[in-house]
Write a protein that binds this ligand. Structure first.
Ligand SMILES: [Zn+2]
Length: 315
């Protein structure tokens, strides 16, 4: 097992070393945090010195250090696709299947037809279930290859864009879906503010968090997850940006290929709050809750430090 320093990591992904940014919590704005783990997984044999932090104020789980925006743009434009594996066709088949599961799970809450947005849509496979039932669908994704695949093979309405750069008409969508992508974007607040403006009154927002599920599966935090959504932080993000959470769950709403994911459905409120977090209803993280989170990571067997574990004599 090898652990890359930050400099070695930037060399590995072939990007210039970026400068670091203020590490305050993006949800509540405080800087007081506990470092839960101090390495992140690149693959089975490779780690990088990234940390997973837990906000002591609101229990949001996020990656440190945080870098300037330019780094994330370059990363998702070029490095991300080089590192991911799996054939396009099988990934898109899974998207189509998950779309069916999601549609059926949400059918009781959805209007019969409407306009939907998929943020981080990849090839647009999830939207297929909605399109075939008469919905107008639109998706964005920074990945040129998957977007091209979806336009060519699924005739999906897609645009290549980082979620932070989406150009959307106000008051347009009845339903917005973000399955996993909110954990990868560099400015989650900006993305949700854009989505809220583009939502009709009473529109639905469906969020999926998968970062913790993958962390539990791999027993290590992933290096591409900038944050790890929980049912609690899904509610906080919704409240902060003008959706009223209807429910959150860890049931397999998108089928069997995403075990342990968490989901939440919210409805846009009449007057959205200012996107600075002042109106956020905080579920303050008590010491007991923090201790619970720490214990949970130990129970799940998330590796602490591979350096000390593999080479105790060197520590
Ligand atoms: Zn916080």
């Amino acid at each position: 097992m090898r652990i890359l320093s930050l400099d070695e990591y930037f060399e590995y992904i072939a990007l210039d070393p970026p400068s670091q940014q203020n590490p305050q919590c993006e949800l509540c704005g405080t800087s007081d945090h506990l470092v839960l783990r101090d390495t992140a997984r690149i693959n089975d044999d490779l780690r990088v010195k990234f940390s997973m932090a837990c906000c002591r104020n609101c229990a949001h789980l996020y990656q440190l250090p945080r870098f300037e925006e330019h780094f994330y743009r370059s990363y998702y434009n070029s490095a991300y696709r080089r590192i991911l594996s799996g054939s396009q066709a099988s990934v898109v088949e899974d998207q189509i299947s998950r779309g069916e599961h999601i549609y059926r799970s949400l059918e009781p809450y959805l209007p019969e037809k409407g306009t939907m947005l998929d943020v981080g849509a990849s090839a647009g496979g999830i939207m297929m279930a909605f399109r075939k039932r008469g919905w107008d669908t639109y998706g964005t994704d920074p990945d040129v290859g998957y977007v091209a695949y979806g336009i060519r093979n699924l005739q999906a309405d897609l645009t290549v864009a980082c979620a932070e750069d989406m150009k959307l008409e106000p008051n347009t969508f009845d339903f917005i879906l973000i399955t996993g992508s909110l954990e990868h974007v560099f400015d989650s607040n900006k993305v949700l503010a854009i989505c809220r403006r583009a939502s009709k009154q009473g529109a639905l927002l469906f969020l999926e968090g998968r970062g913790l599920a993958l962390t539990r599966k791999n027993r290590a935090c992933g290096h591409s997850h900038r944050r790890f959504l929980t049912q609690a932080s899904i509610r906080l993000f919704m409240n902060k940006h003008g959706w009223s959470p209807m429910w959150t769950t860890d049931k397999e709403l998108s089928g069997p290929t995403r075990p342990l994911s968490v989901f939440g459905l919210g409805q846009s409120v009449e007057t959205p709050p200012p996107p600075d977090g002042r109106s956020l209803v905080l579920e303050t993280c008590s010491e007991a809750k923090l201790a619970d989170i720490v214990r949970q990571f130990d129970t799940w067997g998330i590796e602490i430090s591979v350096v000390t574990a593999a080479h105790p004599s060197n520590s």
